[in-house]
Ligand binder design. Sequence first.
Ligand code: FE2
Length: 246
Amino acid sequence: MLFFRKRNTETPLPEDLLAFMSTDLHSHLLPGIDDGVPDVATAVQFIAQLQHLGIKKIITTPHIMMDRYPNSRDTMTAPYEAVQQSLSAGNITLPFHYAAEYYLDEQFEALMKAPLLTLNGQLVLVEISFMSPPPQLHGWLFDLGAQGYTPLLAHPERYNYCHKNFELYQQYKQWGCLFQVNLLSLTGYYGKHIQQAAEKLMELNMIDYIGTDLHHEKHLQAISNISKNKKLRQELEKYPFRNHTL
Ligand SMILES: [Fe+2]
């Protein structure tokens, strides 16, 4: 007698789950250099799991925040090569590259004098203070644009000071920023207000890219859980994210 496993058509195959994202352009998967994965084995495990969920390519983005994580191409090369080697040894074939998530502050002005790590030769992933809008932001964004870069603001929905001052978002867009929403913001992982801001930004078509911002196991578990959220998946699948262009 043959046994057929009944497939619930409501539940997507794991490999389709994050297919809408295609390229994940925000994560912390180079071991030991920021608050992301602690070692090569964890990096490889996370990358394999992202691939299993439908991610086709990863551009990981360690923090460059000179006070806490003074990273550069030099600090990233060795951990990147160690992960890459381990991926090859494990026959994990998805393209795995690195860029950076730059924290915009006074020290970034010096970094801008040398070539920056970009997502595609032009896009630079940036984050800003979670406490208050930096008064110099317009100048930094202008300088980035003048050098031929396009700033991509990481998780705009997580800057609480923008929630009651929504025109700040419009201003950042006018100043040349693209926006990257965190997948987990849309599940309420970071709180209700952040979820609402993310939803409003999407409703207004102000979001350009989506990323996992994966740091640790708890994030990965929460990402896998979106398989249970059919409504969210449907919304994400019809939203015109530009991730596939990377
Ligand atoms: Fe990040």
